[in-house]
Design a protein around this ligand. Structure first.
Ligand SMILES: C[S@@+](CC[C@H](N)C(=O)[O-])C[C@H]1O[C@@H](n2cnc3c(N)ncnc32)[C@H](O)[C@@H]1O
Length: 268
């Protein structure tokens, strides 16, 4: 190969590199919707995460790898009795090969994390603490009976610990309002979790946004949200819900209380 051939080849490869980078940039921009300070991506989280900066907290509810929508007959297996996701296959293989690496990457760019999980918890990065939601009314069934607990894996430390510790689990019978997603989380659960995992004004990442419940809770509680969802159908629902919440946000974000007047000591 002559020097001229080499120069041509290297010129060609840097042109190809430039074209590839432009195509990636375009794909990134096309997937992105901004709603006020909140950013939503309709893409695979594996593609988006390397382009993001750091977050105060990753708060998420990933697919659990329990074959959602398969064998939903109540007499068999888990008996969830629900539809599956639009195209994502909720298999254990996908949980191990897709969900766990995305969670690892998301926790890697976050100061702390709170991740809903189930009995496949052993495959997650090792948590620093466990909490959850006790659901006495039960949601669905597993092979040992009714499911009455939704565990949460916590990573890092809760903010504001210096002001005292708070319970890391709650009791709730709140049901999620049907919204077109097969398994949305109740809004009250996400608001409680956000209040536990972050403080007002912090940045929150949800790489498995679904219908955007974490995002709605962020809007209502004055957090700045970044969400990723691969299914256009759920992404559209999330955009609509977050836009709606933004329209009403002034009603929800707690306003600072007027300071109490301080009684000065009398100087005689
Ligand atoms: C359990 S649902 C989240 C539900 C959400 N908490 C809500 O209230 O609507 C998990 C979501 O992750 C999405 N998902 C699965 N793999 C993904 C990936 N690689 N990147 C982005 N989203 C993904 C699924 O389409 C599904 O909507």
């Amino acid at each position: 190969m002559s020097l001229d051939d080499w120069a041509d080849a290297s010129d060609n490869s840097s042109r190809c590199y430039g074209v590839a980078i432009d195509a990636l940039r375009e794909r990134l921009e096309r997937s992105k919707v901004e709603i006020g300070p909140h950013v939503l991506y309709c893409e695979d989280a594996e593609f988006i995460l390397p382009t993001l900066g750091r977050f105060d907290a990753c708060v998420t509810d990933p697919p659990y790898g329990l074959d959602l929508g398969v064998n939903s007959d109540k007499r068999q297996g888990h008996g969830l009795g629900r539809d599956g996701y639009a195209s994502y296959q909720d298999t254990l293989d996908n949980f191990l090969g897709v969900v766990v690496p995305v969670l690892r990457a998301s926790l890697g760019i976050s100061e702390r994390g709170a991740v809903f999980c189930n009995h496949n918890l052993h495959a997650l990065p090792k948590p620093d603490a466990i909490g959850g939601v006790y659901i006495l009314a039960a949601v669905g069934r597993h092979c040992w009976g009714f499911n009455s607990f939704a565990p949460i894996a916590y990573y890092g430390k809760a903010p504001g610990l210096q002001n005292g510790s708070r319970p890391s689990a709650i009791l709730s019978n709140e049901m999620a309002r049907p919204n077109g997603h097969p398994c949305p989380k109740p809004l009250g659960w996400m608001k409680w979790l956000l209040s536990h995992a972050s403080i007002q004004g912090e940045t929150i990442l949800d790489p498995f946004m679904g219908s955007g419940t974490t995002g709605v809770a962020c809007v209502r509680m004055g957090r700045i949200f970044t969400g990723i969802e691969r299914e256009l159908k759920y992404f559209d629902i999330a955009c609509r819900r977050i836009e709606e919440a933004m329209k009403q946000q002034d009603l929800f974000i707690p306003q600072p209380k007027p300071e109490k007047p301080i009684q000065e000591a009398l100087t005689l």
